[in-house]
Ligand binder design. Sequence first.
Ligand SMILES: C[S@@+](CC[C@H](N)C(=O)[O-])C[C@H]1O[C@@H](n2cnc3c(N)ncnc32)[C@H](O)[C@@H]1O
Length: 229
Amino acid sequence: MTQPVPPSVLTSEEAAAYWDDRHRRRGDLASGGNVHFDEPTNEIFYAVRLGRLLDVVGDANAAAEPLRLLDAGCGKGWFARAMARFGHSVDAIDASPAAIEASRTASATAPGRPPSYAVSTLSAWRPGCLYDVVYSVDVLFHIVDEAEWAASVRNLAALVRLGGLLAVSDWDVPERRVLGSYQVVRARRQYDELLAASGLQRSRLGRDGFVPDGFRGSPVGFHVFRRTG
Ligand SMILES: C[S@@+](CC[C@H](N)C(=O)[O-])C[C@H]1O[C@@H](n2cnc3c(N)ncnc32)[C@H](O)[C@@H]1O
């Protein structure tokens, strides 16, 4: 049921080069946040979305038994560092070597146990554990190749423990949309079908399993699923 990708969309190799270059050239938040916002506005945007992520992850933490989290497509590690500061055990991956290098540098001077970083695509990550929560902020709609998108969603789902959560940001729309050369938004039902086949069901959080950003008219939010089988 995959649909052909229009020729105007970047190839996977071009997209990877685009992100690595963007992470090298742009400042901390602009390299991962909204390019139309200035740095202070991206600061607010990130803070608001951290709150949305906490709506999903919850406020429980335990030093003796930290939550295991995966930040899938961590960029320069802003959310991963925050989650580590909150006491969680965080793995953070990104396909961009520049982003992971910047994340490691930032964590070297940050308080608490740093996230464990690795260069990896979402589809290729094979950790030695399952996670309580796998989250991915503004990554899946940048994976423009349909087969790679599906392989990425399936792999993230496979890494969620029984009862654990998967939260992936995208638009909440009834049909797939190509928004430009490096952005393809997927329909709600594409997530539902793929994840149901992987044993995950929509959570009851937010608007029928969708927690919207609610920031300046952003159409983006977290699709939230729980592993039930
Ligand atoms: C808009 S940025 C978001 C970064 C971070 N989540 C944030 O919110 O600051 C998109 C990120 O996805 C990464 N990315 C794109 N395709 C990927 C893939 N297939 N596997 C892993 N990371 C990918 C890019 O390198 C980039 O860091």
